[in-house]
Design a protein around this ligand. Structure first.
Ligand code: CP
Ligand code: NVA
Length: 339
């Protein structure tokens, strides 16, 4: 199938989970993101979304996802309405189904960041317009598009030969999406996490089914050193996600300190060219409210990644953050304009 046919096949569709895409569609979005990035940098970007209205609903806070959707919309000539936590009737006085039917009559596309994944499914089912999942408790698909583009930018070999290791809380949205997107695209995907924080059976099953088609290699282990051995990329995320009780911190720190991305773990990769990824925000020092509080309560100066690694040449987290813009733009352009 030609690239243009793959993208036109995405027109009118929603993006709720990474695995709603075929491998060809996923790669098609990466290629489109790369093209839109090139065009933005050379000031030759065409506006495919002129006159479109986009709703951005955030039930949880955001820096990157919100900024990426807003800047991408402005770059492409669309208008946005931002509705932050507690600012809509959704869930309080109005059902998701009713909100979906209202927004679908006013907007051409809806971004939703929330808690239950079922809510984003209801929005997609009843709004009648493309809905983009900007993160739910279970999945973070737009993140993985940016991550895979970043990996492709920095890798010296095809994606299918890349080893990508995730360490830390591997039951969260980012880890679920990483495992399944890696399996979809045929990578060597490794997860290093304690038993209680490994991906659920359901998510593992999805990944293993995809791997049977893509020849992806999947390793899920309690041993962080084994997970990073000879890997190309080490990825981590926060140890307590948005929406989880904050009194989980002490227990999580105890469980996850052996999975902290520090210089020893980076060295255990035995790969001098290994690169560090993080979806951000990251707790790598005590300069944030949460970082300072955890330092006081639990005596830790960094959580999932140390400052040394975060600030080192190994770290490509800001390239990764920028790619949120280009890949989210690709999703909107493909699903609203099929271009
Ligand atoms: N990575 C990510 O989704 O960041 P935000 O929470 O800032 O949107
Ligand atoms: N797992 C994190 C991702 C933040 C982008 C969270 O849900 O808080």
């Amino acid at each position: 199938m030609k690239k243009s046919e793959i993208l036109s096949g995405l027109r009118g569709r929603s993006l709720l989970r990474d695995v709603d895409l075929t491998k060809e569609e996923f790669i098609g979005l990466l290629d489109l993101g790369e093209r839109l990035r090139r065009e933005k940098w050379s000031a030759t970007e065409k506006k495919f979304l002129k006159g479109k209205n986009i709703a951005l609903i955030f039930e949880k806070s955001s820096t990157r996802t919100r900024s990426a959707f807003e800047v991408a919309s402005h770059d492409q000539g669309a208008h946005v309405t931002y509705m932050g936590p507690g600012e809509t009737q959704l869930g309080h006085k109005e059902t998701v189904k009713d909100t979906a039917r209202v927004l679908g009559r006013m907007y051409d596309g809806i971004e939703f960041r929330g808690f239950a994944h079922h809510d984003v499914e209801l929005l997609a089912e009843f709004s009648g317009v493309p809905v983009w999942n900007g993160l739910t408790d279970q999945w973070h698909p737009t993140q993985l598009l940016a991550d895979m583009l970043t990996i492709r930018d920095h890798a010296t070999k095809p994606l299918e030969q890349v080893a990508l290791t995730y360490v830390g809380d591997a039951r969260n949205n980012t880890a679920n999406s990483l495992l399944c997107a890696g399996a979809l695209l045929g990578l060597d995907v490794r997860i290093g996490a304690p038993i209680g924080l490994q991906p659920s059976e359901d998510v593992q099953l999805i990944a293993r089914r995809l791997a049977a088609h893509s020849d992806a290699r999947i390793l899920i282990t309690e041993n962080a050193q084994e997970a990073v051995a000879n890997t190309d990329f080490i990825y981590t995320d926060v140890w307590v996600s948005m929406g989880e009780p904050t009194d989980s911190w002490a227990e999580r720190i105890k469980l996850l300190l052996p999975y902290q991305v520090n210089e020893d773990l980076v060295k255990a990769s035995k790969n001098p060219d290994v690169r560090f990824l993080h979806c951000l925000p990251a707790l790598h020092n005590t300069d944030t409210d949460v970082g300072a509080e955890l330092n006081k309560k639990c005596g830790v100066s960094a959580l999932e990644v140390t400052d040394e690694v975060f600030e080192s040449k190994t770290s490509i987290v800001f390239d990764q953050a920028e790619n949120r813009l280009h890949t989210i733009k690709a999703v909107m352009v493909a699903t609203l304009a099929g271009a």
